[in-house]
Design a protein around this ligand. Structure first.
Ligand code: SF4
Length: 438
């Protein structure tokens, strides 16, 4: 191979087999996609060691993609339940899976994922360093942080969340300002902040960014530049620290692209709806058109138990106005580790947001799904409605849980079924409403 990364290949004019597969899935001419990858406006995360990968493209010219977070914690360490979540996520059409495990045999799980899982894989090496070295945070050395990133590359992870934007300069500004309600809510960001405070050292991912880029080139890892300073509450949205970090991420994006390393940028967070569009524009400008991966945004802070909905509202708006990649949020957000049912609810909410955005963007082919569903509704064709439903199992079980008295209707309107009655009357039949059902 005369290239190291998908970006390098694209810049050399090479249509890789991964790029060709993505172009086919997106109904794009490969040459058109190649130019977007060469410019950095589309990323195809694609570790050379991820043997099971079915490649996906991430960029606003493409279908909006969704990511599913899962992984063990110290309180819930069962790998079997995490494998069940992976299976559910794949069955329900997750484009990417981030393994955020913080306890147990994380490397075996990661290797199993790269051998068996077709979804794009992401991790946060900061979490895993604490598992791998099994020592106090402050005792982990700069080189050890980088070594874990390399290990994840060897294990076949396609994109790594790296919190390089929270450098010492931004940490000092953060301490000087102290105007936030919720400080640093990024788990990786808070760990790195604490490490810098306790050691007095620079963020190793920032200080040794060039070495990190060499690791990325070796395995074709895409950098997901983490938003350590993302707002964790509406109060903190679009504050100075969020923007300061974004400026740093924009600078790092250019350095990565100089080495042909693909980049996506992580974004908010919690944010009122009226600020979302402006945030998409600011990111696009400061980060030079790199794909935007948003963690929500959650449009209100007051709905624990329903944050898959608050995130889907924000995600739909964000993807309509520029984001390319939505991180799902489950009903368990802010409350506990999600179970399989939470994962399913989160995926459905996120897929609705992604598809709604693709419709609003006028993406080629997006509307045909909706039109087919509407036709099935007009024909009162239940099997077709179930087949087309985003969650066919739930749609069928709801319908069958309350069978209608009148055939070819549902228990919502019964013999007043507008669909059936309009079909009958337009076909010259009589419509019986009131009196006995027929
Ligand atoms: S009964 Fe009402 S809700 Fe049910 S299919 Fe007919 S029009 Fe739709």
């Amino acid at each position: 191979m005369n290239y190291h990364t998908q970006m390098e290949a694209a810049r050399k004019g090479i249509i890789t087999k991964e790029l060709a597969a993505v172009a086919k899935e997106e109904n794009l001419v490969p040459e058109e996609l190649r130019q977007l990858v060469a410019k950095g406006e589309v990323a195809i995360p694609c570790n050379v060691n991820h043997v099971a990968l079915k490649p996906k493209g991430i960029g606003k010219a493409l279908k909006t993609k969704i990511n599913v977070n899962l992984g063990t914690s110290k309180d819930l360490v069962s790998l079997d339940s995490e494998v069940a979540k992976v299976k559910a996520a794949e069955e329900m059409g997750a484009d990417a899976i981030m393994d955020l495990s913080t306890y147990g045999d994380t490397q075996s799980f990661r290797k199993r994922l790269s051998q068996e899982c077709g979804a794009v894989l992401g991790t946060v090496p900061i979490y895993d360093a604490l598992v791998y070295y099994n020592k106090a945070l402050k005792d982990i050395t700069a080189k050890e942080w980088l070594a874990v990133a390399e290990m994840h590359g060897q294990d076949g992870i396609d994109f790594l969340t790296i919190h390089a934007g929270l450098n010492r300069a931004n940490a000092e500004k953060f301490k000087a300002r102290r105007g936030r309600l919720t400080n640093v809510v990024s788990r990786g960001g808070s760990l790195m902040f604490a490490w810098m405070e306790m050691t007095g050292e620079e963020n190793p991912f920032y200080e040794y960014f060039d070495e990190l880029l060499e690791i990325c080139r070796r395995y074709d890892i895409t950098l997901s530049l983490g938003d350590a300073l993302r707002p964790g509450s509406l109060h903190d949205a679009t504050d100075g620290m969020q923007i300061e970090e974004l400026i740093t991420l924009g600078d790092l994006t250019k350095r990565a692209w100089e080495k042909d390393v693909q980049v996506i940028i992580e974004g908010p967070g919690h944010m009122p709806m009226d600020q979302i569009e402006a945030n998409m524009k600011i990111q696009e400008s400061l980060c030079h058109g790199a794909p935007f991966y948003v963690l929500g945004p959650l449009v209100t802070d007051v709905a624990p138990g329903y944050d898959h909905i608050t995130a889907a509202i924000g995600g739909a708006l964000a993807a309509w106005k520029g984001a390319s990649f939505l991180c799902y949020v489950t009903p368990a957000e802010h409350l506990r580790l999600p179970d399989v049912d939470d994962v399913k609810e989160g995926i459905v909410a996120s897929k609705i947001a992604a598809h709604a955005a693709d419709l609003a963007k006028g993406l080629q082919g997006a509307r045909s799904w909706d039109d087919a569903m509407s036709k099935a509704r007009q024909e009162v064709n239940w099997e077709q409605m179930f087949a087309l439903a985003l969650d066919p199992v739930k749609a069928r079980s709801y319908h069958e849980s309350a069978p209608p008295e009148v055939e070819n209707t549902c228990s919502m309107c019964g013999n007043m079924c507008a669909m059936k009655n309009m079909n009958d009357i337009l076909n010259g039949k009589e419509v019986w409403i009131g009196g006995e059902n027929r």
